[in-house]
Each structure stands twice: as C-alpha cells, then as structure tokens.
Ligand binder design. Structure first.
Ligand SMILES: [Zn+2]
Length: 99
C-alpha cells in the first residue's frame, strides 16, 4: 500500500469523483472521496515518516550486537572473542579491531 504515491490516490479520487458526479453515480462519488481521503492520510503519514527517517538510518548504520562481538584475526583468520586482546592461535594483537 505504501508503494502507491499519495498524489496518485488523490488524482484517481478526483477523476472518479468528477466523472461520477457528472454521471450521477452516487456510489462512485463516495469511492472517489475515499481515494482522496487515503491520499490525504498517506500525505500525513509521509510527513511523519520523513521526520522519523534520520533516526532509523542511524539505527541501521550501527553494527549489530553480533557483528561487534565476532572478530577475526587478520593474520591467521581464526575467530576471536571481542574481549580478547591477542589472537589465541598466533598472538596477533586484536585490541585495535575492537574500536
Ligand atoms: Zn591469529
């Protein structure tokens, strides 16, 4: 539903309302008005979502908890814990990878 732009809903709604009002189709006038209403609601929703958008971007940009915890030794490619300062296999310092 969010894929259809609000202007399309209002546009279709206006056409349906105008055409049906000429042809005196009361039911279609209401359908047209409903389309306009959906378009207006979508327009309001768009303003709400654009205000929230920067918050969601910072959330997705941040690495997840799992990504922060799993480390790989740059020398021997063995897995290491985030709390490890040195590789358990070859002793390569890993502390800088944590930051
Ligand atoms: Zn290693």
């Amino acid at each position: 539903m969010t894929k259809i732009h609000w202007s399309i809903w209002i546009g279709i709604g206006l056409i349906v309302t105008l055409v049906s009002s000429r042809a005196e189709l009361t039911l279609f006038i209401w359908i047209g008005l409903a389309f306009i209403l959906i378009g207006v609601i979508k327009l309001i929703h768009r303003f709400v979502f654009t205000e929230r958008a920067p918050k969601e971007e910072t959330k997705t940009a941040r690495p997840t908890h799992a990504q922060q915890r799993i480390l790989r030794c740059p020398r021997c490619m063995s897995t290491a814990h985030a709390t490890d300062n040195y590789c358990r296999l070859c002793g390569t310092p890993l502390r800088h990878l944590n930051r």
